[in-house]
Design a protein around this ligand. Structure first.
Ligand code: NAD
Length: 461
């Protein structure tokens, strides 16, 4: 690992990754490699969790190809030095902000969307001109192997390398000095990554998780709300970082809402065999989720098969914050529905919790929407939908507080792997004597006037 990082550092230092033409060529290579390996990628994810081709295309490849497409189209613009105004003390001069690649980067991926969440950051790294060591999640072993195969065929390890493995391998990687670490995963591991990065003062992007709430107001279209929420919750069997974790529904419509939710679940024919549903990633997570179930509070579903790593789409009601299901991020196909009558109480409750990665509000009332959006801090979200904000690459994606730090997708992804170097440039033509000693009475009075003008807002330097 040490040698690999050193090799990448030498490669980066040789400046080959910096020209835009090189980066475009590598993005094209990544695209071609993925296109050529779609069948293998598809088979690997089916073997790991039973994910069908439709979902693999929609939730894994679509977003990655979109990232590549837009990066190739926009890279010239993103990477161009940007001129800004020059202050009075420095004029005449030009001031520019020049993006430059941070250097050797480390991308650590999670298992839940093993391709998208490893490759989308990699697109940012390539676009920015970094080299990258990619560490896919060991919990999806076939996907990890398939990813390694694609990337090893397409790239030399001086430039893009894959290190497969679990905690020991990641720990060894984290001992090295990287110029950027991009981590997607859980909050507890996020803390480990942040501490390891701190030793080398390495900048990080942490894409973490948490309990993302939904608020359903009585004026929403209940049928469509249920349809969108059921899709968002049960896609990937709830193993989505921005999945609705739990729903607060106004008590006046709770019964009607629950009926629509059950109708929706039944309409979608969720089964692993037909490709409409996926397995839980492993036995440990299946058991973790089963321990959250409580037959006395199960409104719908609740069946499971630990051997097959299957848990039916499940709705729980009458849960309180003391129930196991409310104590941690669920990250599985269990949806607690809580009732409320006072929006302010719900808002206060959410604000007592760590800042969520996502939040969803369903209402036709613009005042209520504005209240929720302005009073609660969270990573990102939707009004009258759920999860779909991640599909719009134009919206930077990331958490805040416990749900993460930094953001990516398209330009934000490029920026995550870039440093913005500020340059003041002058020529040798003129030089005012103003700033140089001796500070004559005239200079002192002159500068006092300048300061006074700025302090009172009457003028600029
Ligand atoms: P995880 O934190 O267990 O693992 C993520 C990565 O960290 C893996 O590559 C793993 O090998 C590595 N890792 C695990 N333990 C480690 C340790 N002790 N030291 C060093 N490295 C270690 O996360 P996961 O289970 O793969 O993913 C689920 C979590 O990720 C959920 O909390 C979910 O919300 C979050 N998530 C967030 C996003 C996002 O974009 N914000 C996306 C997907 C998942």
């Amino acid at each position: 690992v040490k040698e690999l990082v050193e090799k990448q550092r030498r490669y980066f230092q040789s400046n080959v990754t910096k020209p835009i033409a090189f980066r475009l060529e590598q993005l094209q290579k990544l695209r071609s490699a993925l296109r050529a390996s779609e069948a293998e990628l598809d088979a690997a994810i089916r073997a790991d969790v039973g994910k069908g081709s439709f979902e693999t295309r929609m939730t894994e490849l679509y977003l990655v190809y979109d990232e590549i497409l837009v990066a190739m189209r926009e890279l010239g613009d993103w990477s161009a030095p940007r001129g800004v105004e020059t202050d009075g003390l420095n004029a005449p001069a030009t001031s520019t902000i020049r993006p430059e690649p941070l250097g050797v980067s480390l991308v650590i991926g999670p298992w839940n969307y093993p391709y998208q969440l490893t490759l989308a950051p990699l697109v940012g790294a390539i676009a920015a001109g970094c080299t990258a060591v990619v560490k896919p999640s060991e919990l999806m072993p076939r996907c990890s192997a398939a990813l390694a195969d694609v990337l090893r065929k397409a790239f030399d390890e001086n430039y893009i390398a894959v290190v497969e493995g679990g905690i020991p391998e990641t720990t060894a990687l984290l001992e090295q000095k990287f110029d950027k670490i991009f981590f997607t995963g859980s909050v507890p591991v996020g803390r480990i990554i942040y501490q390891a990065a701190a030793k080398h003062l390495t900048p990080v992007t942490l894409e973490l998780g948490g309990k993302s709430p939904v608020i359903v107001l009585p004026d929403s279209d209940l049928a469509l709300t249920a349809k969108r929420l059921v899709w968002a919750k049960f896609i990937n069997a709830g193993q989505t970082c921005i999945a609705p974790d739990h729903v607060y529904v106004h008590q006046t419509v709770a019964k009607a809402f629950l009926a629509k939710v059950v109708e929706e679940i039944e309409a979608h024919d969720y089964a692993i065999e037909n490709g409409n549903y996926v397995q839980i990633v492993n036995r440990r997570n299946t058991e973790r989720l089963v321990a959250m179930l409580d037959a006395s509070k199960t409104h719908h579903g609740g069946t499971y098969d630990i051997e097959r790593r299957f848990i039916a789409p499940t709705i729980m009601t009458k849960v309180s914050w003391d129930d196991p299901v409310m104590k941690e991020e669920i990250f599985g196909p269990i949806l607690p529905v809580l009732e409320f009558d006072d929006l302010d109480v719900v808002i206060a409750r959410i604000k007592e919790q760590p800042k969520p990665l996502a939040l969803y509000v369903f209402t036709r009332d613009a005042t209520v929407t504005e209240k929720v959006l302005s009073e609660i801090s969270f990573g990102g979200g939707c009004v009258n939908d759920a999860v779909m904000h991640v599909a719009n690459g134009a919206l930077p994606f990331g958490g805040v507080g416990d749900s993460g730090t930094g953001r990516y997708h398209r330009r934000a992804g490029f920026e995550a792997f870039s440093h913005f170097k500020s340059i003041l440039a002058k020529d040798f033509a003129v030089e005012s004597d103003f700033k140089y000693a001796p500070y004559t009475a005239e200079k002192v009075a002159g500068f006092a006037e300048v300061v006074a003008a700025i302090a009172t807002g009457d003028g600029e330097a």
